[in-house]
Design a protein around this ligand. Structure first.
Ligand SMILES: [Zn+2]
Length: 350
């Protein structure tokens, strides 16, 4: 046995992938739910979800649902090809539906989460899930956190950066953060909106320039408002390596010391990096190194954004290009995600 083969590597855990549960699409396609959306099935399963412009989604209309979005067997083949051991499944942002009236939001989110749970149970240990929450109805969101808390298949939740007209630091969401913290459910903070859409209609600029700024805005608001001081054990993971956040954090920090920002945080902004995680969905070695320099390898989780074409086709190869030592690479590969899962399972056992 060569020395290399005696070293066990952390499993590769991809925390940022998008998934459309078949059960939800079937329900929509047969006219179920009164949620202002419909769906299409073809011979092989779900083929599209149709969302009206009134849903507030960036790119409304007919959204193609491919086998990669809904078929665990297809995903398993992709995982084998890329060396990924576990995929963490969460909804595409067009399914967040923070536009629904509060009385519709609870039933909708439960339908999504139950359909996701069905798939996770079918999928076994290779798939973990991030549930949806009806954040426009915070009391209902807390009830949903408590309902899902006992399920080991559910690692945590995915949330958008904007809930209708509310930002994530809004007063009304405080009980939701506390409930997630209490249950040690990590939160993937995924941009679901950007302002200035009229200036970004061409060239997919909404996604290329708007969404990374949106993520930085959400993180800055959570820090400067003092929200993160209230939930010190909440695990927040910013999608797309934090978007623009790793780059603008130094700017925020400098301004904090020189100017009156009206900030309510207990510490200086840069110190909050120890409270945040990011995924590894960043393109190119220079940007990857910046993220690692700002956050440190213990705060980065492997991600791909699969099957989005803006994501990383081969997340482990992209990680390998950063030239990290074995311990740092292993932490990002899966060690950090395993720690989150362990905390979560301990909370279930308590
Ligand atoms: Zn994504």
């Amino acid at each position: 046995v060569s020395p290399d083969r005696t070293v066990t590597r952390a499993p590769a855990i991809d925390v940022h992938t998008h998934f459309v549960p078949r059960g939800l699409v079937e329900r929509l396609a047969t006219g179920g739910g009164d949620w202002g959306m419909s769906a299409e099935l073809d011979g092989s399963g779900p083929s599209a979800i149709i969302l009206p412009a009134s849903s507030g989604y960036l790119l409304p209309g007919r959204l193609a649902v491919t086998p990669a979005h809904h078929d665990l067997a297809v995903r398993r083949r992709e995982m084998a090809l890329r060396g990924v051991d576990v995929q963490v499944l969460s909804a595409p942002t067009y399914l967040y539906r923070y536009d629904l009236a509060p009385d519709l939001a609870g039933p909708y989110v439960r339908a999504f989460n139950d359909a996701l749970l069905d798939e996770l149970r079918r999928g076994g240990s290779e798939f973990w899930g991030l549930a949806l929450l009806p954040l426009q109805h915070p009391e209902e969101a807390v009830r949903e956190v408590d309902r899902l808390a006992p399920f080991r298949e559910v690692l945590g939740v995915a949330v958008g950066t904007r809930v209708g007209s509310l930002d994530l630091d809004h007063e009304s969401l405080r009980p939701v953060w506390s409930a997630l913290e209490r249950n040690r459910m990590p939160v993937l903070v995924h941009p679901n909106h950007t302002d200035g859409i009229d200036r970004m209609r061409e060239h997919l600029l909404t996604h290329l320039v708007g969404l990374p700024g949106e993520t930085a805005l959400a993180a800055a608001r959570l820090i400067l408002s003092g929200r993160l001081d209230e939930v010190t054990d909440l695990r927040l993971c910013l999608a797309h390596a934090g978007g623009s956040f790793p780059l603008v954090l130094g700017r925020i920090e400098a301004a904090f010391h020189r100017m009156e920002l009206g900030a309510d945080c207990a510490r200086s902004p840069a110190e909050y990096v120890d409270r945040l995680l990011v995924d590894s969905v960043v393109h190119g070695v220079p940007a990857g190194r910046l993220v690692l320099d700002v956050l440190g390898p213990e705060r980065v989780l492997l991600g791909s954004d699969y099957p989005a074409r803006t994501g990383l086709e081969d997340p482990l190869s992209a990680l390998g290009l950063l030239g990290l030592d074995r311990a740092a690479e292993d932490a990002i590969r899966g060690g950090n995600a395993l720690r989150l899962q362990r905390e979560r399972l301990d909370a279930i056992a308590d």
